[in-house]
Design a protein around this ligand. Structure first.
Ligand code: ATP
Ligand code: MG
Length: 385
């Protein structure tokens, strides 16, 4: 299982005018299933091709198991690459498509048959060896592409939006099958997707890219709960961002003041933050983490202090519900805080059924929000491009 290292890798196109990879340093461990995400044109395909050796870097080095990729002859690189557009040959049978690479490389017939059938068995398509592409469904065609990549016996599998063409209903089971396959074969795999949920569901690690750079690289939980930028926080899930400033700054905590003289929050910060008293910041809360408390409930709670002690510390603010939208499994609430900020909350529609549009409520904010320095260009940070 190969380990992949990129050292200061830059790739430019059009005589240096397009910077597709901007000084990327990155290590991908043995056997990891890594997802590459980011806005269109940010350089995902380019990075994938660089690691696969299909493009040469303009500068920097790529090592596979410590060996400089540039020193390996292209004909000695067995690259398992699955493209979004499957590139299946229509005039060849399923078997011939999977066998094609091996035939070109001059493998003997017995080896070709053994490896191709083995690969087709893995994707559960060994019953369609003699079928032609036009007789296959889209997921089956995708499996042919996958079997062909597996048959290269590359220890690394490169997947550029392999599920992009599949219907979401088919994608879901297929993505778990793909993960199972990769783990069974013990491959290191790198997959590009535009689907955040897919990446969260099956990746070991996720790389978020923007404008040729890597913004963050970590586990799905890291990216969701500890995003290092407003952009990443906004890219995954739904987040409310509140503006304000901080005071009482210590090594691991501060007081956040909602702007317009609104209420204060006690905020725990990640160690190593560099906020100064008075710094303008933004705090982020996921829509599912906003507590909505009915006023009569909060009065009850006050009279039952013992019950409350078990709950995490919560900052409450007066608010009113401007809209309550039923969306099947969940209900979305648009809530106006007493300082004028408008936020959204989303909860299972079975609960909170009583909270109605126009109702005055309390909004509860837990004390561990995401905290970010106020950006130079907020609109750019909040754009998904
Ligand atoms: N062969 C090429 N010649 C010139 N420019 C290129 C070439 N390949 C990519 N680019 C440019 O490099 C940048 C990154 O492209 P890339 O295809 O890697 O983005 P991407 O993240 O894969 O986008 P998408 O999500 O749309 O597939 C873009 O500005 C693109 O136009
Ligand atoms: Mg691409």
């Amino acid at each position: 299982m190969p380990k992949i290292e990129l050292m200061d890798v830059t790739k430019t196109f059009s005589e240096g005018k397009v910077l597709a990879s901007d000084n990327i340093t990155l290590t991908i461990s043995d056997g990891d299933f890594v997802f590459l995400l980011g806005p269109s044109g940010c350089g995902k395909t380019t990075l994938l091709k660089l690691i696969a050796g299909l493009e040469d870097p303009s500068s920097g080095k790529i090592l596979v198991d410590g060996k400089d990729l540039g020193m390996v002859n292209p004909e000695d690189r067995n690259i398992g690459f699955v493209f979004q557009h499957f590139q299946i040959f229509p005039s060849m049978t399923v078997f011939e498509n999977v066998a094609y690479g091996m035939t070109v490389r001059g493998y003997d017939d017995a080896s070709i048959e053994r490896i191709a059938i083995e690969a087709l068995k893995l994707v559960k398509l060994d019953h369609r060896v003699l079928a032609y592409p036009k007789e296959l469904s889209t997921p089956e065609l995708q499996k042919v592409g996958l079997a062909r990549a597996i048959a290269t016996r590359s220890r690394t599998l490169f997947l550029d939006e392999p599920l992009g063409k599949l219907d979401p209903k088919i994608r879901r089971p297929f993505r778990h099958e793909l993960r199972r396959l990769i783990k069974t074969l013990g491959l290191t795999a790198i997959q590009v997707t535009h689907d955040q949920e897919e990446a969260m569901a099956i990746a070991d690690k996720i790389i978020v890219m923007r404008a040729g750079k890597i913004l963050q690289y970590g586990s799905p939980e890291d990216l969701y709960y500890r995003p290092n930028s407003i952009f990443v926080a906004n890219f995954f899930g739904e987040t409310n961002f509140l503006e304000g400033f901080v005071s009482n700054v210590t090594k691991d905590s501060c007081t956040f003041h909602l702007h317009l003289g609104g209420p204060k929050f006690e905020v725990k910060l990640a160690p190593g933050h560099a906020f100064k008293n008075g710094a303008q910041v933004m705090i982020g809360y996921r829509v599912e983490d906003i507590e909505l408390i009915e006023l009569h409930e909060s009065m009850q709670a006050e009279s039952q202090e013992l019950d409350l002690e078990d709950k995490p510390k919560m900052n409450t603010i007066k608010a009113s519900v401007t809209d309550a939208i039923f969306i099947g499994p969940s209900k979305r609430f648009i809530v106006k805080l007493e300082n004028g900020d408008v936020i959204q909350a989303k909860h299972s529609s079975k609960f909170l059924l009583d909270i109605q549009k126009g109702e005055d409520i309390l909004v509860g904010f837990h004390e561990h929000p995401m905290v970010f320095e106020y950006p130079d260009d907020l609109r750019k940070e909040l754009s998904k491009a």
